[in-house]
Each structure stands twice: as C-alpha cells, then as structure tokens.
Design a protein around this ligand. Structure first.
Ligand code: ADP
Length: 161
C-alpha cells in the first residue's frame, strides 16, 4: 500500500487544494488529507467544519480519507505508516520554507519522502487567505472554490447566496 499524507490548514479548502488532491489520489493507494490542529492562528472555520467541507467535495474520490492531527506532522506520518507527504507548490515564495520542511521531515520521520506537485496554472495564485478576504466583503468566490465552500463562506460572513 502506498499511503500519502496531504497536510494543511484547509481554512477552507479551495479549488487549488482540490486539484492537488485529485492529482495525488491517482498516484497513491490511499491519500490522507490531514487538517493540522495545532496552528497558532485562529481559523475562520472550526476543524469540524473544515473536515465536513473537505469530506463533501472529495466524496467522489474513493481513496481519499479526511483526518486531522495535533503536534508534529512527522509523528502523525509515523502513526499512520504513510511513506509519503504531499505538498503543493505555488510561487517561488513557497519554496524556501517547503525545502526546509522537507529536509526536517525526511530526517525526523525516518525517511518519509515529500512529493511536491506544482500548482496548476489556473490556481497558482489562489490561497485560502485571499478567498476569505473577498468573501468577507460579499464577493462570490464560486470560480475559486467548490460550490459548498462558496456557500459556507458567504453564510459565515452573513451574506445571502
Ligand atoms: P499551510 O497552512 O500548511 O500552508 P494550506 O492549507 O494553506 O496549509 O495549504 C496546504 C498545502 O496546499 C500546501 O502545500 C500549499 O502549498 C498547498 N496549496 C495551497 N493552495 C494551493 C494552490 N492554489 N495550488 C496548489 N497548492 C496549493
């Protein structure tokens, strides 16, 4: 079994994340989408809400499992016996941090490798932060997020869909 973990905040999941999930799901037997619970930043969506949204938009992909972890990613990777970590790379600005994390995670996990997937052209500028900013002011972000996420965002900010 080739098992990979795709970790992140997913606050909320965007089309960019979904694209990485779809592509990675074709590369592994099982893909664990893992919400990091130890983020110091307070999220917009609760962990349960994030998990629920990911669950809904990945329902059609049979080898994806939604889960969460607290503490270090490497400990979670060991617990699940995953051999791979998946990360998405957008601009060059992602690179330095991701390269450092890859090195540390490789050492500390006892050899779990990180597979980087380059963001698809249409999503290379997309981030949850930017999406939230537009939705906060009532803008429809249906072009950038799955329909359920767009609805959840507008609802969260008190705008009618
Ligand atoms: P984090 O807080 O760890 O950056 P995110 O939820 O923002 O978590 O992102 C999780 C992963 O998805 C990261 O590897 C990030 O680079 C990647 N990612 C985020 N947005 C996109 C996108 N638009 N296209 C491709 N990868 C993305």
């Amino acid at each position: 079994m080739r098992v990979a973990v795709y970790p992140g905040s997913f606050d909320p999941i965007t089309n960019g994340h979904l694209d990485i999930i779809e592509r990675a799901s074709r590369m592994f037997d099982e893909l664990l989408v893992a919400i990091a619970r130890n983020s110091s930043k307070e999220g917009l969506f609760s962990f349960d809400e994030r998990a629920d949204l990911i669950q809904k938009v990945t329902a059609g992909i049979s080898n994806v499992r939604v889960t969460s972890f607290e503490g270090l990613l490497v400990d979670f990777v060991r617990e699940t016996s995953a051999q791979f970590i998946v990360r998405g790379l957008r601009a060059v600005s992602d690179f330095d941090y991701e390269y450092a994390m890859y090195q540390m995670n490789y050492e500390m996990s006892g050899g779990a490798d990180t597979i980087f997937l380059l963001a698809s052209r249409d999503y290379s500028y997309l981030s949850s932060t930017i999406i939230k900013e537009f939705a906060r002011h009532g803008r429809d972000v249906a072009e950038y997020t799955p329909a359920q996420v767009n609805a959840a965002l507008l609802n969260k900010f008190g705008h009618k869909k």
